[in-house]
Each structure stands twice: as C-alpha cells, then as structure tokens.
Design a binder for this molecule. Sequence first.
Ligand code: ATP
Length: 312
Amino acid sequence: MIDVSELSKSYGAIQALRDVTFSIADGEIVGLLGPNGAGKTTIIKILTGYLQPDGGVVRVNGLDVLEQPREVQAQIGYLPETAPLYPELTVQAYLMMMAELRQIPVAEQLAALSAAVYATGLQAHLTRPIGQLSKGFRQRVGLAQAILHRPKLLILDEPTVGLDPTQIVEIRHLIRRLSRHSTILFSTHILSEVEALCDRAIILINGQIKADARLAELAATTNAVLVLEKALPDVVGALRELEQASDVEPFTSTDGFPAYRIFGQPETGGALGPAIYDLARAHEWPVRELRRDTRTLEMVFNELATAGEVTA
Ligand code: ATP
C-alpha cells in the first residue's frame, strides 16, 4: 500500500528526513513513533502530497505521489495534526461540504455521509455547530471527513493529541474499528498508543528510522531471567562461566526472590536458556522460574533515543 524509498527533506539548514525507507502492506495498522521534531509530520505531509521531498520515491497503491498527487489524494483519508474544521458550520453542513470537495457524486453523498457518521458515532450531533463540540467529538468529525470517500489508506497525524483519557480510549476504539476496512498509518509520540493499537512500529529519531519491527520483535532480547526459591552462594560466578553468557546481573524479583538477568551473546542467544537449565540441574538449584527476558517499548525507545543523542 505504501512504499517509501530513500526519502530526504530539509528545511533550510534543518535536515528533517534522511534516507527514510519503509513499506506498509495492505491491511496493516502501523504506528510511526518518534519524539517531537523527529520528522513524523514531514513524512505524513509528503505521503499525502502536501510537501515535496528533496529526494526519494513515494508510492501509494502503486502510484507515484510526486507524479500523480491528485490520484493519490483520492485514495487517502488524511487527518492532519489540526483538522481544518469550520467551527460555525454544523457537523452535517461541514461533512456535506467535504463530500462536495471530495467530488463524491451527488447521488452517493447521502450514503457516504451516513456511513462516516455511523462509523464515528456522530449520529446525535449532526445539527450542532462544530465549535460547540468537545475536543474528542471534534476529532471524530475530523475522522469522519477522512473516511467519507472510503479510502483504502488512512493517515492520521497524532490523532489523540490534546484529548483527555476517556476521549483517547474512544478514539483508539474508533481507529481499531476503521482498521477493518483500511490500511492505517498514524503518528504518535505516545508509546502506549502504539502498544494499544498496532502490531508494528516504525521508530523515527532525528529524521532517521531507528527501528521497524513488530512489537513482539522489538520486545525480544537475547537475555534470560532465572529466579531461584532461595539465595545460594556463587550462582553469579557459575552463570558467568557459561560460554553463552556475556554478563550476569543479580536482582530481587518483584515477589522477593533472588533473581539473575543473564545477558546472552547475540550469536548464541538461542542456546542460552538450555545452557542455564543444564547448569541449574547440575547444581540442583531450586529453580522457581526460567524465562526469556523482554523489554517494554519504552525501554527500546529510550535506548534508541539515547543512542541518537550520542551520534547527533
Ligand atoms: P512533533 O511531534 O513535534 O509534531 P514531528 O516528529 O512531527 O514533531 P516534524 O514536524 O516533521 O516533526 O519536524 C521535523 C523537523 O523539521 C523539526 O526539527 C522541525 O523543527 C523542522 N520543521 C518542520 N517544519 C518546518 C518548517 N516549515 N520550517 C522549518 N523547519 C521545520
């Protein structure tokens, strides 16, 4: 659905994007995650044909955005960071106007409007001026205009920014519902948003992609955690002797038992668990738990962000 290759963009001396390359398949819901100023909005503006890149190729559904921006825009539903709403218009009048602008044939406008209103739960608010709606409902109106023409691809720039926790949950439900019919790319700087909504994240830092993987892959490590029923002498020493281990860090588990994080070597990561198991059996350690260590998205993000600061 989306193919971006070696995209670059500068604003004067500021290089906002450097060699950004990624693809998104039909039906995926992908979070574009990055701190403020990472370049998320710049990617989205280029994808939606509102900004020219300095270099690179962007294809949406096989069409080159630079060569056929109108055709591409017809296939995309776009919710910008601040949706261009008209506060004095009623929801209905605004959506009718957008249907007109989207060049939806008159005979189909009513059906398109009803479908968008129903999908976004705006039925009871059609006759209210947009300016009188809460921020969460205004965001729904923004989403309704984005899906009016039944786009195959929805691009949402920080869709929950500025909303309260209840509104955030509602908009997330809505986005998940919309993902049944459209491929979705949304930007956010909120890690939990990505965890709640999608199974793949593209992490952008300083205009470069630092990670692009399914959340389960991002969370995976080559480390293991061993928890014992009671403390014993020289466990750390014995674990350190394993050729598959690069280091061992003792700690106390959340339920108060002696625990050890064993850092694997990337090359022999898969063999670490069985090696620890054999060692524990040989020493007759009272093993309470042996598991693969995982990282939260927050840990991944912080590692990448810190590395970015060092190289910046
Ligand atoms: P945020 O989460 O704060 O919206 P972002 O990840 O969307 O950030 P961008 O808005 O794409 O980031 O900005 C990337 C970089 O480009 C930033 O350093 C920003 O200051 C700069 N930038 C963006 N738009 C312009 C502009 N019109 N003129 C000059 N610099 C700009």
